[in-house]
Design a protein around this ligand. Structure first.
Ligand SMILES: N[C@@H](CCC(=O)N[C@@H](CS)C(=O)NCC(=O)O)C(=O)O
Length: 192
């Protein structure tokens, strides 16, 4: 029997960073299992046989290439990687704003104190990142297609996840954002 991937993540029910990787497995139709117990001391990891990999953006690039969800052109390959890292910077900043006082303590131990960090993220950082994502998407096929080239790649799935996370976490901000028409259409059309 072919070896199966294992995705290690601290939370089974939360989208979080694991969702980037789940979407790749789902899109490629590749079976995987999740291990949400054995994560002590591991940030995040994917494993097949004795091959293990951590760092979510690296896992995404690796699986994208492995599953053919990868740009065809050399320049697109590197622009996609640039975009991949920006998506993950955005997620990291968002996550850190909910842990403004203590990065590794639960949000619920710092709910009050972390409010200014979240407010700053909403006011300054979300628009800055979303405008950038809109600009990059709009450079290809007038923003009507994929982020790079003419096929779905790992960064389209990454973008989809961060947009869904933004809408879920900050519904009012998402609704009021009238400066990202192409992103909204992109997210809508990929809803299922
Ligand atoms: N750059 C890493 C960041 C991993 C990370 O920060 N994970 C979060 C949970 S999603 C965490 O709590 N890490 C533990 C820590 O920072 O001590 C990645 O993208 O995989």
């Amino acid at each position: 029997m072919a070896e199966e991937w294992t995705l290690f993540y601290w939370a089974a029910k939360s989208a979080g960073r694991a969702e980037f990787v789940r979407l790749l497995f789902e899109e490629a139709g590749v079976k995987y299992k999740e291990d949400n117990e054995d994560t002590l001391g591991k940030f995040f990891q994917g494993k097949i046989g004795s091959f293990q990999l951590s760092q979510t953006p690296v896992i995404c690039r690796y699986l994208g290439k492995e599953f053919g969800l990868f740009p065809d052109k050399f320049e697109d390959e590197w622009h996609a990687e640039q975009f991949n890292l920006t998506l993950h910077d955005y997620i990291a900043e968002g996550r850190n704003s909910f842990h403004g006082i203590n990065l590794i303590a639960s949000y619920f131990t710092q709910e009050e104190e972390t409010k200014p960090y979240i407010e700053r993220f909403v006011k300054d950082r979300i628009p800055r990142y979303l405008k950038h994502f809109e600009q990059v998407l709009s450079l290809n096929n007038n923003g009507q297609g994929f982020v790079f080239g003419n096929k779905l790649t790992y960064v389209d799935l990454g973008l989809l996840h961060v947009l869904r996370a933004t809408e879920a976490q900050f519904p009012d901000t998402w609704k009021e954002a009238d400066y990202i028409p192409n992103l909204k259409a992109f997210q809508g059309k990929n809803r299922d």
